[in-house]
Write a protein that binds this ligand. Sequence first.
Ligand code: NI
Length: 255
Amino acid sequence: MLIDTHCHLDDERYMDDLEEVLQRAKDAEVEKIVIPGADPKTLPRAVELSQKYDNIYFAVGVHPYDASNYDRSFLEQFIENKKCVAVGECGLDYYRLSKDKDEADADVKRQKEVFIDQIELANRYKLPLIVHIRDASFDSFDILKKYSRYGGVLHCYNADHQLLKLAEDGFYYGIGGVITFKNARKLIEVYPKIPKNRLLIETDGPYLTPHPHRGKRNEPAYCKYIVQKMAELSKTDYESIASLTTLNAKSLFGL
Ligand code: NI
């Protein structure tokens, strides 16, 4: 069995054929799926899906790209729902910052405020975090060290040695389709250094589709390509990675 710890099933790209997507997930032995919060506009849809399907869970959060739409009280309306298992995806993303220095500074300031506020929200409700970090490892590391109390999972496509240190603070590392890419050199180098009991599977669908479907819409059934690659890199078999990561996901999210 597998757990896809990060798939945006509330995205409109799954609207037309969700039943088929979920059937293919089942056929690929994906037993549970967590929908991370990203855009507050689609959060009610994530909550609705989690009520309709036993094996779907959700998180409340605002992605750093949407930091300007952040409203804590809106997230709090859903946080005590039994199927809410985390806060996020929250974090810092400096990849798309403006070239204008004042604009970029204001954006960084806002992203940090919104990130810290979501960490405090997670602390208050004793929930783990789902963290998105891109080109912002040092600032993210400092903030997580200082504020986070219940650990969480880091999106691993931008992993580096700085972020590996967070394993000591209860953080897990979500491995996604990027690991199957030919140019995944950085992740492949970091991968063996991640403690085994800190590895999770995440498709990040509809984005970051693994090889050999790269370029098409991603979906939970494609977890299998990630697991295959991890097994190859870990010099072990598919089943070992599947049971290890499932156990890890259950212990982090209490599934
Ligand atoms: Ni995501």
